[in-house]
Design a binder for this molecule. Structure first.
Ligand code: DON
Length: 325
C-alpha cells in the first residue's frame, strides 16, 4: 500500500475512534429494549463500528467485536432469501413495499386496509409473513434454508442465542396476535407457531458488527462479493431490498434517517444497524468505492433505533460526504 493510502487509512480509524467516544454518551438518551428481558440486561454504554471496503480493508472502533442478536436486521436476509427461492412477484403478492410511518410492531393497518396484506417486509407483520414463505414444511427446514443462506453470504455458520430466543418466545404476545391475524386473512404460508418459531429464531442469530458490515458491503455492490469475486445474490433482489431499507428500514424514523444520513439502513432492537455506502464519484469522500457499515449501540430510542448509532452515522455522513442524495 502506498504511503498516502496508508496515512488515509490510519486517519479514518483515528477519526472513528474519536467519534465513537464522542457519541457513546448518547446512550443516556435511550434505553435497552425492555420488552425482551434478555436484551434489557445488556450494558447500554457500548458503541462499536466496523466498516469494510471492497478491497477487504476493515476500519473498526469501540465495541465492534461485541456479539449481539440480529433482531430486525434479519428481516433483510429472510426477505432476500424468500425472493431468491420464489422469485420477486410471488413474494410481493404476499407482502407490499409501502412504508407505514407506524411502529415496527403495529397492528392497526392490517385491519384498516383490506384485504390485510402486510405493508412491507421490514415491519413485524411483513417479516413474519416472509419467514412463513421460506422453503420447507417445518420450522427446522425453513431455518436450515436461512442458515445456509446466511453462511453463503458471510462465510460464517450462524449461532442462535437461546436465552434471547426464549426470552422473546415467552413474551411475544403481539407478534402472536399479528401472526393469527395474518393466518385469518390467508397471508401466512404456514401455521402460526411455526412462523413465529422461524421469525424469532432468525431474530436471535448472533452477529458482530463485522458480519453485518460484510452483508452491507455485498448489498452496496448489488450482490457482488468482492473478496470472493463472485455474484452471491441477484442484483434485482438486492436493489429491491435496498429500496425497502431506505424507505422502511428505520421504521417510523426512516424519513428522518434518509434526510439526515441518506443511506439505506436496517436497525434491530438489540441496537444493531446495518448500512452501506454505494460506490460513488464524490472526490472528497474517503469511501468512494463503497463500503458496508455495521454498528452496535444497544441503547435505543422510541422507534427502536440505536440512539448513539444513529448519531454516529449522521456525523460520518456529514464528515465523509456519503449520502446517496
Ligand atoms: O419482533 C420483535 O419484536 C423483535 N424480535 C424484532 C424487532 C426489532 O428488532 C425492531 N427493531 N428495531
Amino acid at each position: 500500500m502506498g504511503g498516502r493510502a496508508l496515512i488515509q487509512q490510519v486517519l479514518l480509524v483515528d477519526e472513528l475512534q474519536q467519534w465513537v467516544e464522542q457519541y457513546r454518551s448518547k446512550a443516556s438518551e435511550g434505553k435497552c429494549a425492555s420488552y425482551i428481558p434478555a436484551l434489557y440486561r445488556t450494558d447500554p454504554n457500548q458503541l462499536g463500528i466496523c466498516i469494510i471496503e471492497p478491497t477487504g480493508k476493515m476500519h473498526m472502533a469501540g465495541d465492534w467485536e461485541a456479539p449481539f442478536t440480529m433482531q430486525s436486521i434479519s428481516k433483510v436476509i429472510s426477505f432476500i432469501a424468500a425472493c431468491c427461492y420464489h422469485g420477486i412477484p410471488y413474494v410481493l403478492d404476499r407482502v407490499d413495499v409501502e412504508p407505514t410511518g407506524d411502529a415496527f410492531n403495529s397492528i392497526i393497518r392490517l385491519e384498516m386496509n383490506k384485504p390485510g396484506k402486510p405493508f412491507n417486509p421490514m415491519i413485524n407483520a411483513g417479516a413474519i409473513t416472509t419467514s412463513s414463505l421460506l422453503p420447507g414444511q417445518t420450522p427446522d427446514h425453513k431455518l436450515r434454508y436461512l442458515y445456509a443462506f446466511f453462511s453463503k453470504i458471510t462465510g460464517v455458520t450462524p449461532t442462535v442465542n437461546e436465552e434471547v430466543f426464549l426470552s422473546e418466545w415467552e413474551n411475544s404476545h403481539r407478534n402472536r396476535a399479528l401472526a393469527h391475524y395474518l393466518k385469518d386473512t390467508g397471508y401466512l404460508a404456514c401455521e402460526v407457531e411455526d412462523a413465529l418459531e422461524v421469525y424469532l429464531t432468525q431474530c436471535s442469530i448472533e452477529v458482530t458488527t463485522e458480519q453485518i458490515a460484510l452483508i452491507g458491503l455485498i448489498l452496496a455492490l448489488d450482490g457482488f462479493h468482492p473478496m470472493r469475486n463472485e455474484q452471491v445474490l441477484p442484483k434485482d433482489v438486492v436493489r429491491l431490498a435496498k429500496a425497502l431499507m431506505l424507505t422502511c428500514g428505520m421504521y417510523d424514523a426512516s424519513g428522518k434517517f434518509a434526510a439526515n444520513v441518506g443511506l439505506p439502513a436496517k436497525s434491530g432492537v438489540s441496537g444493531g444497524i446495518m448500512t452501506l455506502v454505494p460506490p460513488n464519484r464524490k472526490p472528497h469522500s474517503p469511501l468512494q468505492d463503497g463500503c458496508g457499515i455495521g454498528i452496535f449501540g444497544p441503547s435505543i430510542d422510541g422507534c427502536g433505533n440505536s440512539v448513539a448509532g444513529v448519531s454516529l452515522l449522521k456525523h460520518i455522513a456529514q464528515e465523509w460526504d456519503v449520502s446517496i442524495f
